[in-house]
Design a protein around this ligand. Structure first.
Ligand code: SF4
Ligand code: SF4
Length: 291
């Protein structure tokens, strides 16, 4: 590692001597330093134990010894000769007092994840995390870029929908409240898409929500869904509540406005909007280390 003691010393306002065998032949220089009473920073962590023991065994040693790894965190690079500013910063930071311990909170999670947003995007994100989390999707229509034929003709995840979704709580203890007002019961719906095909008004989208502004109430969809019995325009709206440990909010409007200040909810703004694209990008990068 090409060190430039003079440059580093200028940055740190002290005179530095470079040692390369401080833990062996030049141990005397270390012992002399720890007898000075000033804080001593050793820029090597590999021999931390040895230096600590040597300090204990040195008569009259009163200095506080601090260690910093400037090799792996600064100079271990083909650009090491340009890393002096960073190494100087690492050495300066080693002199700082340890930070005050921060308050911690504990929480329990059984991995219940609610993904809120356009169904096609929510299902893609669910694919990425379903191996580790218990996913439920709150469908908010489909995205503008939803591919024809989406969603797949299977129900891989519980999908809920409705109006007035409200969210409160925090990591490990979210409560979602909404009103089940959609004539289509997503638990009964088999995703056969017959209602979409038969509706002349285009009032049903691929998230299986009936748009009451377009619906002209002639009930062709009810007739075509007779076998599944999933469509009932007379069903009373029902209030629903469910608990989740985590929420991934891909919706256009964040459900909790303060989410960015208190990161208990991942919202599109937090992940750089459009949230889904960035989130998917990060996951893809993570899956391809080194690229
Ligand atoms: S016809 Fe019924 S089962 Fe088929 S997609 Fe429509 S609501 Fe679902
Ligand atoms: S009642 Fe008619 S217009 Fe309304 S969703 Fe069903 S098929 Fe479409």
């Amino acid at each position: 590692m090409p060190l430039q003691p003079q440059k580093l010393g200028e940055a740190l306002h002290e005179e530095l001597t470079q040692h390369s065998t401080l833990c062996r032949r030049e141990a005397g220089a270390f012992q002399k330093a720890v007898q000075s009473g000033d804080d001593v920073v050793v820029a090597c962590t590999q021999e931390k134990r040895l230096f600590a023991e040597l300090g204990e065994q040195t008569q009259g040693a009163t200095s506080v010894i601090k260690f910093v790894n400037i090799h792996e965190t600064g100079g271990w690079s083909k650009d090491a000769s340009s890393a002096m500013p960073k190494i100087a910063a690492l050495l300066a930071a080693a002199h700082l007092p340890d930070p005050e311990p921060v308050a911690t909170v504990t929480y329990k999670s059984s991995g219940r994840l609610l993904i809120v947003g356009p169904l096609d995007q929510a299902e893609q994100v669910a694919e990425m995390v379903a191996d580790a989390l218990d996913v439920t999707i709150f469908a908010q229509g489909v995205s503008d870029s939803a591919q024809a034929g989406f969603p797949a003709q299977e129900r891989k995840y519980p999908v809920i929908s409705g109006s007035g979704l409200a969210l409160k709580g925090w990591l490990g203890a979210f409560e979602a409240k909404w009103e089940k007002s959609n004539p289509i019961d997503l638990d009964l719906c088999t995703r056969c898409n017959a209602c979409l095909a038969v509706c002349p008004e285009g009032a049903i989208d691929l998230s299986y929500q009936v748009d009451s502004n377009k619906c002209t109430s002639h009930r062709d969809c009810v007739a075509v869904c007779k076998a599944a019995g999933a469509i009932d325009f007379d069903r009373e709206a029902q209030a629903a509540t469910e608990a989740f440990d985590l929420v991934l909010d891909l919706g256009r409007q964040p459900l909790i406005a303060a989410a960015c200040a208190a990161p208990r909810l991942l919202c599109p703004e937090c992940i750089g909007g459009p949230g889904f694209a960035r989130f998917a990008g990060h996951r893809a990068q993570a899956a391809r280390p080194g690229r």
